[in-house]
Design a protein. Structure first.
Length: 280
C-alpha cells in the first residue's frame, strides 16, 4: 500500500483532474496517528505533491511549515465524532454544487438502491454557514449519522476510512447529482419505494463500511423522518424527546434549538399556526 502522504496528494490531484475544484478550491485531510495530514491553503490541487502536505493537531494548529485552510474545523468536527474515519474530502463538484446553491435537494432521498447501501437513506443539505464555529456547529449533528453532506452554497463533504473510500463517496454524491439534474426536465427523480429501504439498510449494516453504516438500521427512523422542531413548553413531560428552549433562549435539557431560531420567533410561529394565518 502506498504511504498515506502519497495517497492524500493523489486524491487532491484527482479532484482537479475530475473538474471538481478550480483555483484554490477544495481540501483533503487524513488521520495520521494523533495528527492530521492536510492539503495547504492557497494552492491548486493540481500541484499538490506528498511533500506539500502540512501537519495539524486536533485543534487545527500547524506543526511545522505551511498554512492550514480555513475550513479545517469541518474536517476536525468529523474526526472528533467518528473514530472510524481516516480521511475527509471537500470539493465543489459541479452538479452537487449546483444543488448546494439552489433551492431544494433532489438527492436527499434515495432513488438508486446502490446509493442506499453506500451512503444511507439520506444525503442532507446543510444551511449555509460561515467557515468556522457556525459551519462546524451545522455539521456536527450529522457526523455520526451519515457519510456525506451537501453544504449549502458550499459544495460537498464526504468522509471514509481512507482516502479512496472518502473520494468514492464524494464521487457517488456527484454521480447522483448528475442524474438528478438530467432527470429534472423529465419530471425529476422518483424516490425508491418505501418498502425497498429496509432491506437495503440491512445490507448497509452488514457491509462493514463504517460506524454510520453499522448503525444504519438503528438510525433509519431518525434519518427518514423530519428533524424534531423546538416547541415552547413550561413543563414538558420528563420522558418527552421533544427539544425545548429555556426562557432565556438557550437549549433546555431535552435538546438544543435549531439554528436560526429564537424564543420570540417560535412563540410567534406557534400563535400564527394556531390562528391558521400565513406568517407575515
Amino acid at each position: 500500500m502506498k504511504p498515506l502522504r502519497v495517497q492524500v496528494a493523489a486524491i487532491a490531484r484527482q479532484l482537479h483532474a475530475a473538474g471538481w475544484v478550480a483555483n484554490h478550491d477544495g481540501n483533503v485531510t487524513a488521520r495520521d496517528g494523533a495528527r492530521f495530514l492536510a492539503t495547504p491553503t492557497a494552492t491548486s490541487k493540481r500541484l499538490i505533491g506528498d511533500r506539500d502536505l502540512i501537519e495539524v493537531d486536533a485543534r487545527g494548529q500547524v506543526h511545522g511549515a505551511g498554512k492550514v485552510f480555513g475550513e479545517i474545523g469541518l474536517h476536525l468536527a468529523v474526526y472528533e465524532r467518528r473514530p472510524d474515519v481516516g480521511c475527509v474530502v471537500h470539493a465543489h463538484p459541479p452538479c452537487a454544487t449546483a444543488i448546494s446553491a439552489s433551492p431544494g435537494n433532489p438527492i436527499e432521498r434515495p432513488f438508486l438502491a446502490e446509493a442506499v447501501v453506500s451512503l444511507g437513506p439520506r444525503i442532507p443539505k446543510l444551511p449555509y454557514a460561515q467557515p468556522g464555529d457556525a459551519a462546524r456547529a451545522a455539521l456536527a449533528p450529522w457526523c455520526e449519522l451519515v457519510d456525506a453532506v451537501i453544504l449549502g452554497n458550499h459544495g460537498a463533504l464526504a468522509w471514509g476510512a481512507d482516502p479512496e473510500q472518502a473520494f468514492l463517496r464524494l464521487e457517488l454524491v456527484e454521480h447522483l447529482a448528475r442524474i438528478a439534474v438530467a432527470a429534472a426536465p423529465l419530471g425529476g427523480v422518483e424516490p425508491l419505494p418505501e418498502a425497498a429501504i429496509a432491506p437495503l439498510l440491512a445490507a448497509r449494516a452488514r457491509a462493514g463500511i463504517g460506524r454510520a453504516a453499522d448503525r444504519a438500521v438503528a438510525t433509519a427512523t431518525q434519518l427518514l423522518g423530519d428533524a424534531p422542531r423546538p416547541v415552547v413548553a413550561c413543563a414538558p413531560a420528563p420522558h418527552s424527546p421533544v427539544p425545548t428552549i429555556a426562557p432565556g433562549g438557550s437549549g433546555g435539557s431535552s435538546g438544543a434549538m435549531s439554528s436560526g431560531g429564537s424564543l420570540a420567533a417560535i412563540v410567534r410561529e406557534e400563535i400564527v399556526r394556531a390562528l391558521g394565518k400565513p406568517g407575515a
